[in-house]
Design a protein. Structure first.
Length: 144
């Protein structure tokens, strides 16, 4: 006698995750403005259209990250067909695009906290790179 519910497959048929290139490819078209100019422009646009202000506005801007991360999860579930009701509803390109939205939303949220977003991010990136390459942060010492 089989103890499994009748509608549950014994094995999952998961679509292949695409190969990820190991080297960075140059962009097909040069960006018209730099990353930090774009982050600042998006922040300005959002600030001008913000229906709330002060602490609530900052909290909502940071909370937006959770929404974007949820969209990444939805895209991964859709790309792998894990929802039997929907099947394969997304592509790995959708996942990539949603991850970009997360990164951009995080940078705009950081810009909300400081006008020195580029310097803050660059300094933090250097600390993380140092820790991960065996620098001063190795051995559990957090050098934030």
């Amino acid at each position: 006698m089989n103890d499994s519910p009748p509608d549950v497959p014994q094995t999952l048929d998961v679509p292949q995750i695409p190969d990820v290139p190991q080297t960075r490819q140059p962009p097909s078209e040069p960006a018209r403005t730099g990353l930090w100019d774009t982050v600042d422009a998006l922040w300005s646009w959002l600030e001008a259209a913000q229906p709330v202000t002060g602490r609530e506005a900052v909290l909502l801007r940071v909370l937006k990250l959770s929404e974007e991360v949820g969209e990444v999860a939805e895209a991964v579930i859709g790309a792998t067909g894990q929802n039997p009701r929907k099947g394969v509803s997304h592509t790995w390109e959708d996942v990539r695009d949603e991850l970009c939205d997360v990164a951009l939303t995080a940078l705009v949220a950081l810009r909300t906290l400081t006008p020195e977003v580029e310097a803050v991010f660059t300094e933090h990136l250097a600390r993380v790179a140092d820790r991960s390459s065996g620098g001063a942060g190795e051995g559990g010492t957090d050098t934030r």
